[in-house]
Design a protein around this ligand. Structure first.
Ligand code: SF4
Length: 609
């Protein structure tokens, strides 16, 4: 079945449908891969991410909307925060609904004159006014759209997206967010407040054996002890272990261990806050939970979540151990439409600037001050006063600071780092430096293998050593590119056998992929995106890390006294480029491009550079 792409041009309000050729589907699989192909072809080099020539792509994968246990969707565009390719994943029910309406990809082009709302009901596509939703939070926006028909699934932005905050998020199902990379600002720049979708169709499966196989997978996931733990305590259960392992950012990534970690643990959250487990479409894991604060200063706050990243970046990284305050900040970010990771990271930076009395700090805030942090969140979302400078993101903010502040601004290519320390598991440094969307932990996550001393390629990994890390990071990035093209949740990948991904994709689509070709697609996608980023001006100089990781030894914990030595980093990066078949500047060589059948993209680079 050819994928269907629905294109909506907000300039001339034209709506069109097109299929994707079978050979392109085979080369790039779906989700991330096909969206990268579309983004490369639909936007010229050096596109302004907030200009009308940028496109917003809603992508599904070949397993989205099926009974495959953990399937989601993603949003792809050029990031206004990093100026790189950006894919941001979102759970809930929006992806399946796109497919039920008869589409696999939705491309939004141009810019509407007034704030608008795209409503899609199967074949009917309408661009409506959203003036009545101007300035509203994402929760109220979704409620308002669902007033007339609660079955619509909604994607929307809060005030931060409307104000073009460069780390604005996109929300769905009230509490699910495509947070990273500022794609909410891309929607805002298009004057697009929301997209609502209702589909009455289904997803065609070619081989009926698929249904039996997916039932088997559901059962095996439900019975898996790792899944049981995630079902009860969500991702936040990793906060205490991460602190023990010296990988939990604390005081703006100065420490890797938080002394008061028990106050922000999953057990605390479970006892004090969560009321009901929640899941994305057909997921047997229920990793999320809905809660309400029933007493105290923030009484009545309702939130689905309180995940590891949010608790790390808004908690330990800011030295805030009051769980109510963390939940309230998390709620505010979600409703106003801000990425929690970037927001926590930027506030941590301001706290350190205040402590060091750094010149030009736009707002003073001490570590642990949650009231002021809340005030900052509100200012950012409205670009009010000092919030205007902060809304530009950490890298842009640095232009106003003395040089010394760069050392403790924890970002890579403009993407503020998430809640995982580098100096106590150094492969993570390479993963951040080479990630395709800036400092991200979701393309390669070597930390767990490094800490457990897992065997890789016949060698035992060691957390402070640079050996074998380049190969590990490359392998994980290539595999994750396949997973993200099927758009399966990152949490299921350890619970499902490698072969099941291949066999079930073949059963769902009718393709006859064999192992080598199927997993080889990951390397092709990774290189296509690298070519896109090279086209946008990225190379070796940008594949680096904040100086803190090279210069400031960890003050305590198992990594006490440790830095990531520059020579170790260079060793890993050189090896990585070598394994990838890239030149010394991190550009894929002609040979590599030819072997991966990506020549047409090489031509475009030559023309545009
Ligand atoms: S594991 Fe969690 S995030 Fe992943 S699909 Fe299931 S409920 Fe959604």
């Amino acid at each position: 079945m050819p994928y269907t792409v629905l294109t909506i041009d907000l300039n001339d309000r034209k709506i069109s449908k097109k299929g994707i050729k079978k050979n392109i589907q085979r080369k790039f699989l779906g989700g991330k891969g096909i969206a990268a192909y579309l983004l490369f072809n639909l936007t010229p080099a050096l596109t302004d991410p907030l200009g009308e020539e940028n496109v917003l792509i809603l992508a599904t994968g070949p397993l989205t909307g099926t009974f495959f246990p953990q399937n989601r969707s993603c949003i792809v565009s050029k990031s206004p925060l990093t100026h790189t390719f950006c894919d941001s994943y979102i759970g809930g029910h929006i992806g399946p609904e796109i497919r039920f309406a008869g589409y696999d990809f939705i491309v939004v082009k141009g810019r509407s004159d007034d704030l608008s709302h795209i409503q899609i009901q199967d074949d009917e596509v309408e661009i409506k006014s959203a003036q009545n939703l101007k300035g509203k939070g994402s929760i109220e926006t979704e409620k308002n759209i669902k007033k007339n028909n609660k079955d619509f699934k909604v994607l929307c932005i809060g005030p931060a997206g409307e104000k073009l905050v460069r780390f604005a998020s996109i929300s769905t199902d009230y509490f699910r967010h495509a947070g990273r990379g500022g794609l909410g600002a891309v929607m805002g720049a298009k004057n697009l407040k929301a997209i609502s979708i209702l589909g009455t169709g289904g997803v065609k499966i070619i081989d009926e054996q698929f249904f039996k196989e997916t039932e088997r997978l559901h059962k095996s996931i439900r019975d898996n002890p790792a899944n049981q733990a995630r079902r009860t305590l969500g991702t936040v259960r990793s906060v205490v272990t991460s602190s023990k392992n010296n990988t939990l950012p604390t005081r703006n990534f100065r420490y890797g261990t938080f002394e008061k970690v028990e106050n922000i643990s999953a057990e605390k959250m479970n006892k004090h806050f969560w009321k009901k487990r929640k899941a994305c479409f057909v997921c047997p894991t229920n990793c999320s939970a809905l809660g309400i604060l029933s007493s105290g200063k923030r009484k009545g706050t309702i939130l689905e979540g309180g995940d590891y990243e949010n608790v790390g970046m808004l908690g330990s990284n800011l030295e805030i151990d009051n769980i109510d305050e963390i939940i309230y900040m998390n709620y505010l970010c979600d409703n106003l439409g801000l990425d929690t990771i970037s927001t926590g990271n930027i506030i941590g930076f301001l706290m350190e600037c205040t402590e060091r009395n750094i010149q030009n700090t736009p707002v003073k805030i001490k570590f642990g001050d949650s009231d002021k942090a809340i005030d900052i969140i509100q200012h950012i979302s409205n670009r009010e006063d000092f919030g205007d400078a902060l809304a530009e993101g950490l890298k842009n903010l640095l232009q106003k600071f003395p040089k010394e502040a760069e050392d403790f601004a924890i970002q890579v290519k403009g993407l503020e780092l998430p809640a995982w320390e580098v100096r106590s598991a150094i492969g993570m440094g390479l993963a951040y430096a080479t990630s395709d969307r800036g400092g991200c932990h979701r393309r390669s996550f070597p930390i767990s293998s490094e800490i457990s001393g897992k065997e890789f390629d016949g060698h035992r990994l060691e957390r402070f050593s640079s050996e074998y890390k380049a190969a590990l990071v490359k392998q994980q990035q290539d595999i994750s590119s396949v997973h993200y093209s099927l758009i399966v949740c990152g949490f299921c990948t350890g619970l499902i056998e490698k072969n099941d991904f291949l066999n079930l994709t073949n059963m769902a689509t009718g393709f006859d992929f064999e192992d080598k070709e199927f997993w080889g697609v990951g390397e092709r996608i990774w290189n296509l995106i690298r070519l896109y980023n090279v086209r946008e001006g990225f190379g070796r100089a940008e594949d680096t890390l904040p100086n803190r990781f090279f210069k400031d030894p960890l003050p305590s914990g198992v990594g006490e006294g440790n830095v990531l030595k520059k020579e170790d980093f260079v060793y890993m990066l050189d090896q990585y480029y070598d394994l990838r078949g890239w030149d010394n500047n991190g550009v894929p060589t002609k040979n590599k491009v030819k072997n991966l059948e990506l020549e047409e993209f090489m031509v475009k680079i030559k023309r545009n550079r």
